[in-house]
Write a protein that binds this ligand. Structure first.
Ligand code: NOJ
Length: 702
């Protein structure tokens, strides 16, 4: 079923529902709910009025007894002295179609338990806790129903814990850093963490086995449906001796210390624990999407995935500037050059950054100067967009706010109305700003990830939707499945992207991509901006080399999903590459061909931080694509092509690292050739250091 508009909790109509009102309120109870495949069990427990839960997999503990509850600022909290007054169980087995994504059809098969608790003292407030247990993990959320005892309320702490029961390593980035989510991932034992962002991926130690000697699963802790609430970071609860593997929800606070302001009825986001036997299963999990609210926009046929080029990399490597002057990138003539290139090569969009008044001087500090409807004099917005539309292309708008949210909100209707009038269909927003620096008036400074900004980011999505505009958000709030609810929320940044490899600062290490694929990417699409072909540019960055081979740049289109994917390089570099290929199939052909909307995704082989092989089936043809990347180690990976339909021959159009390819010494060596294969074939992919492979499989004879 293609998703249209559904009210909240519609899925309950599909359930076999069993509701039990407790005959007398209980201070002690233990109720279990099990995944459809029977492997994962969640137990909700109320022990002398204190709520907790635990999770077992195949009978072995994954999450030991861990606290639940919230503390309210007025002191009448949901933490202790609770009684169980009602419980309800049910089952859903349904499937739904994504308008775009890594996979077209998503099966939602889960068992649910709802418990309702009440304070045993006045005010006798009520709260529900809803658990949903899927084969690929667990979600639970708090709900505060409408009631006379609870109107406006303020949460001063959420007590939710994740008591990791066995030795695990975590792949983490720090929370509350100046640079938002843009940090390198570290792998270290859970017992060494401080406060970290989610998704937090947990890898079992090679020696970690359950009591039966079975390897422990991979886990990832995150959240789904972050709506009008603070985002959750995880803080380790230190045992007296400094160790301890219990992580506690640490909600990003408002400037006055309150975590969440709400009015009943209200719900928290789902707290999620993805559970997977392999990293591949983790990457294929649909838990976050299944828990997110269905599409609220109705007909989204105007939302269209696509590829784009742009006046962008030039600023990052120092060739151009955002600000006006001799090196200004966003000129009418330059934009037309990019539009011509886009039109001749099948790109839907052209991003132009630095087009509007406000970039002169220190734009990082002067967000209030940005004008979102006033182009620089050397950029004729109307003429450029007219020129683009005439060629079947459109500009992608750009709103850099420098995190001056008040300035942006004051102009937002006019800004989107202008783009709508001109026929622009997508806008990239940006919130460059560091630490707790977002001024919401009267000197109150907020974080990017607290409730104030969660509300702002949502307001922009809803405003954009009203104007028929898709979004690509940089310096965003992390994705929590909100792309399901608002399919115009296409892609976002929220990690160190390719721009860190420009040579302006410390580049991403080569393990970064095979880490991202199993951490950041679990939250949703990433506008990573792949496709840089000129891997050295000594005239702008002497001594710098992109940490990548050329083949790896192609692989990124498949490994890192985005419904809006950029070909990031300067068009003159693509043109030079095409000339040098003198008629033979060039590496650029892969970028022309690769889709951005998929029917299936699977991960034949991977080790987090070492290498990753992704395969995806095109949603609008019978083609399959493969992307593989390695870290700083050269390695050869054998891939059995059993994902292809059997009994059919395919031409594998291979774009791999050539003999001796190496990001540092020989990045351009490529092996471009065709091979006829079937689902019984195995391909060997020899990747150089920092290398990769990209393959298109098309039916033989087409
Ligand atoms: C940071 C964004 O990530 C980048 O893509 C953009 O070019 C700059 N901000 C300027 O908006």
């Amino acid at each position: 079923m293609r998703e249209t508009r559904f009210p909240l909790f519609i899925s309950l109509t599909l359930m076999g529902l069993f509701t039990t009102a407790c005959t007398s309120p209980q201070r002690d109870a233990a109720i279990t709910v099990t995944a459809p495949d029977g492997r994962t069990t969640v137990t909700f427990e109320l022990a002398d009025g204190v709520p907790s839960y635990r999770v077992e997999r195949d009978g072995a503990p994954l999450i030991a007894a861990a606290r639940l509850g919230v503390v309210l600022a007025d002191g009448a909290s949901f933490d202790t002295n609770l009684v169980l007054i009602r419980k309800r169980t049910g089952t859903v087995d349904d499937s739904w179609i994504q308008p775009w994504g890594e996979v077209a059809e998503v099966r939602d098969h889960h068992n649910e338990l709802l418990v309702e608790v009440q304070r045993s003292e006045a005010p006798r407030r009520r709260m529900q806790i809803v658990f949903r247990v899927f084969d690929d993990g667990v979600g639970f959320r708090y709900a505060w129903p409408e009631q006379s005892e609870l109107g406006d309320f303020a949460i001063s702490d959420e007590l939710t814990e994740f008591a990791v029961a066995s030795p695990y390593d975590a792949w983490w980035i720090p929370a509350y850093g100046e640079n938002r989510y843009e940090y390198l991932y570290t792998r270290s034992p859970v017992g060494s963490l401080d406060t970290v962002h989610t998704p937090l991926t947990l890898e079992p130690l090679p020696s970690s086995r359950d009591a039966g000697g079975v390897a422990l699963p991979y886990l990832s802790i995150h959240e789904s449906d972050l709506t009008d609430y603070a985002s959750m970071t995880l803080m380790r609860v230190r045992a007296p001796q400094g160790s301890g593997t219990t992580l506690k929800a640490d909600l990003v606070p408002w400037s006055d210390g309150i975590k969440v302001r709400a009015t009943a009825p209200h719900v928290s986001p789902w707290r999620t624990i993805q559970i997977a036997d392999t990293p591949a299963d983790l990457a294929e999990s649909t838990l976050i999407l299944n828990l997110a609210e269905p599409n609220q926009l109705g007909d989204v046929s105007w939302v269209k995935p696509g590829k784009y080029v742009g006046i962008w990399w030039g600023m990052h490597i120092g060739k151009n500037t955002w600000e006006s002057g001799a090196k200004h990138g966003a000129t009418t003539a330059n934009a037309k050059r990019y539009i011509d290139f886009a039109a001749s090569n099948g790109f839907a969009g052209v991003l132009v950054e630095g087009w509007n008044i406000g970039w002169d001087g220190n734009w990082l500090e002067n967000g209030s100067l940005f004008r979102f409807t006033e182009p620089y004099p050397d950029f004729d917005l109307e003429e450029v967009q007219r020129y683009a539309l005439e060629r079947g292309v459109s500009l992608i708008g750009h709103h850099e706010t420098s995190a001056d949210v008040l300035n942006y909100e004051a102009q937002i209707e006019d800004a989107f109305a202008l783009y709508q009038r001109l026929g622009l269909k997508a806008v990239k927003t940006g919130y460059v700003g560091f630490g707790q620096n977002i001024d919401r008036g009267e000197g109150q400074l907020e974080w990017h990830h607290g409730q104030y900004m969660v509300r702002h980011y949502r307001k922009v999505i809803e405003t954009a939707a009203r104007y028929g505009i898709m979004l690509d958000v940089h310096e965003p709030i992390k994705d929590t499945g909100v792309r399901r609810t608002f399919p115009n929320m296409m892609t976002r940044e929220g990690a160190r992207g390719q721009e860190y490899n420009s040579g302006a600062g410390v580049p991403n290490p080569l393990e970064h991509v095979p880490v991202l694929a199993f951490t950041r990417m679990l939250s949703g699409p990433f506008d990573y901006t792949p496709g840089v072909f000129a891997l050295r540019y000594p005239e702008y960055r002497p001594n710098h080399r992109m940490p990548s081979t050329l083949a790896r740049q192609l692989a990124l289109y498949v490994v890192l999903y985005s419904p809006l994917h950029m070909a990031a390089d300067l068009v003159e570099n693509y043109e030079a590459h095409e000339r040098e290929s003198s008629g033979a199939r060039s590496a650029f052909q892969f970028i022309r061909d690769v889709p951005v909307d998929w029917e299936y995704t699977s991960v034949p082989d991977a080790a987090i931080g070492d290498y990753a092989v992704f395969v995806r089936k095109d949603r609008s043809s019978a083609d399959w694509y493969l992307g593989a990347v390695t870290d700083e180690q050269a390695r050869s990976v054998d891939v059995t092509l059993d994902f292809l339909p059997s009994g059919q021959s395919f031409v594998a159009e291979i774009y791999g690292d050539g003999a001796g390819a190496d990001w540092e010494t020989n990045p351009y060596a490529m092996d471009i050739r065709d091979e006829v294969v079937t689902s019984a074939s195995t391909l060997t992919l020899p990747m150089g250091r920092g290398g990769g492979y990209a393959i298109r499989f098309r039916a033989a004879g087409e």
